[in-house]
Design a protein around this ligand. Structure first.
Ligand code: AMP
Length: 477
């Protein structure tokens, strides 16, 4: 309400200065001076950018740099931890030039961003980063045909950090993110938020993740009371906050739409259209759109939402088959559990995800494994959101080494060091197979996938082989 009042007093937006040599976009619009508000309102909603921001120095604690207790809402960056107090210099990050590879050093990123990259252990750009970043960093719209496992998250996060750090608005207000990332599932959104916290740790930029099924009031409070630079959201929850006027998107400079095809499949497009309409017009923002497939519907969205985008294509086959040893075992449906025990015995997986097609199947399988002396946890749509996050955290920390999941819950799982994936049942959609086995063989590591092919699974093989473009060898265990 206060916000609405303030908005209606705002003069016509004026254009902001363009950063030298960085953005080809028309810059963000500027808002009315803060004097329009009462002192009480000012205190709550307005934060001077100079006070709020801290880019890389050891004293880099920003006004919005708080991390709330509990796993559901995060608002972080620039938190003064012991690590941050350690001085760091770009010369500490040594990566030798290598033919055919792009180093992050070659991209003229701010030092605070380079420090996060260094700490994340990245050395050279992944193919999608090497192809997209030089253009994206100048402000060009991008469309990326890429799946998880290719490094696309870092590609768009680095683009956002660079933009937000090189164009500094004088005044900031609560409820007005400068970058917006929309993702179809909670898991994916939370993972993006986590990556933003890690990569952006020294930037002083604040990231907030808002997703459905989790504490509404604390997310709302973070939006209303703090300056949020980067907002990561699932469509439904964001629409709720737009309706209640807890968030305004007219200051969004960079818009990211992740897994656009998935959003179409899940019926989110009317919501996403509303969200996009809330952001500045397409020639006043940078838009980065990612999708595993570019069907007719996705192409329509691209035409509507982007301006002269550069297309970067990373074939899914490269992501999976190159680094994953795919084993397919023929078996009877009734023998699957004993086969699973044998695979566990023989492969001794360090960290394993078992996928099955239905929730009840995953639940029964997880129970059976635990009864038989294994320690397994369940990730499916029937598990409450906060529990899912704790489960994923236990798996990520290595306290539990077997995760049993359905496809939808498994979409956003980004855990490094997954040595094996088992397809207890083969998915009907070949894309899901690629997503599943892409949980292993990540970040340059080798992985193993084992698929059980029973009389109930065999019918998906022809489509799967066609999709992968290879013949799959079946064997007996
Ligand atoms: P994504 O495709 O965004 O799901 O990223 C896949 C994984 O690759 C994540 O674990 C990232 O941390 C990791 N990653 C992204 N970029 C790089 C890079 N340039 N070098 C090494 N690992 C990377």
């Amino acid at each position: 309400m206060l916000k609405k009042l303030f908005k209606s007093n705002a003069p016509k937006p004026a254009k902001e200065a363009k950063p030298a040599g960085k953005s080809s976009k028309a810059p963000a619009q500027k808002k009315a001076p803060v004097q329009k508000k009462t002192p009480a309102q000012n205190k709550k909603a307005h934060v001077n950018a100079a006070e709020d921001r801290a880019h890389s120095g050891p004293k880099g604690k920003s006004a919005g740099s708080q991390v709330t207790k509990g796993s559901d809402v995060k608002h972080s960056a620039g938190t003064a931890s012991k690590k941050e107090e350690t001085p760091w210099n770009l010369s500490d990050f040594n990566v030798a030039p290598m033919e055919g590879k792009t180093r992050f050093h070659d991209l003229q990123l701010p030092d605070s961003v380079m420090r996060g990259i260094h700490e994340s252990g990245f050395e050279y750009c992944s193919p999608i980063q090497a192809e997209s970043l030089p253009a994206a960093l100048t402000g060009r719209d991008m469309i990326g045909q890429a799946q998880t496992g290719t490094g696309k998250t870092a590609a768009f996060l680095l683009t956002i950090f660079n933009r937000l750090l090189t164009v500094k608005p004088e005044e900031r207000f609560a409820s007005e993110p400068r970058a917006l990332i929309i993702a179809p599932t909670r898991e994916l959104a939370l993972q993006i938020g986590k990556d933003a916290d890690a990569l952006g740790k020294y930037t002083g930029l604040n990231t907030l993740t808002v997703v459905g099924g989790m504490n509404y009031d604390s997310q709302r409070k973070m939006l209303r009371d703090h300056v949020v630079d980067i907002l990561v959201a699932t469509p439904g929850r964001l629409i709720d906050f737009m309706r209640s006027q807890d968030v305004f998107l007219d200051q969004v400079e960079v818009l990211v739409l992740d897994e656009a095809d998935r959003m179409l499949d899940m019926g989110f497009i009317p919501d996403v259209k509303r969200i996009v309409r809330g952001t500045p017009p397409k020639d006043h923002r940078q838009t980065l759109l990612y999708s595993a497939t570019f069907n007719f519907d996705v192409r329509i969205l691209i035409d509507q939402w982007t301006t002269n985008p550069m297309k970067v294509e990373i074939e899914p086959e490269q992501v999976t088959t190159d680094r994953v040893d795919q084993k397919l075992y023929l078996c009877a449906e009734s023998d699957k559990y004993s086969m699973l025990e044998r695979v566990l015995e023989e492969e001794k997986p360090e960290r394993l995800i078992i996928f099955a097609n239905r929730r009840d199947l995953t639940r029964n399988l997880c129970d059976k494994l635990n009864k038989n002396g294994h320690v397994a946890v369940l990730l499916s749509g029937e598990v409450a959101q906060d529990k899912r996050i704790r489960t994923l955290e236990r798996f990520r920390n290595g306290r539990v080494n077997i995760l049993v999941a359905t496809d939808v819950a498994g979409r956003g799982i980004h855990v490094d060091g997954v040595s094996h994936v088992i397809n207890y049942t083969l998915p009907e959609d070949p894309e899901d197979y690629v997503h599943r086995i892409g949980r292993t063989g990540r970040a340059g590591a080798k992985g193993v996938s084992v698929s059980f092919v029973s009389e109930d699974d065999a019918f998906v093989l022809p489509d799967l082989e066609k999709y992968l473009g290879t013949k799959l060898e079946l064997s007996q265990l």
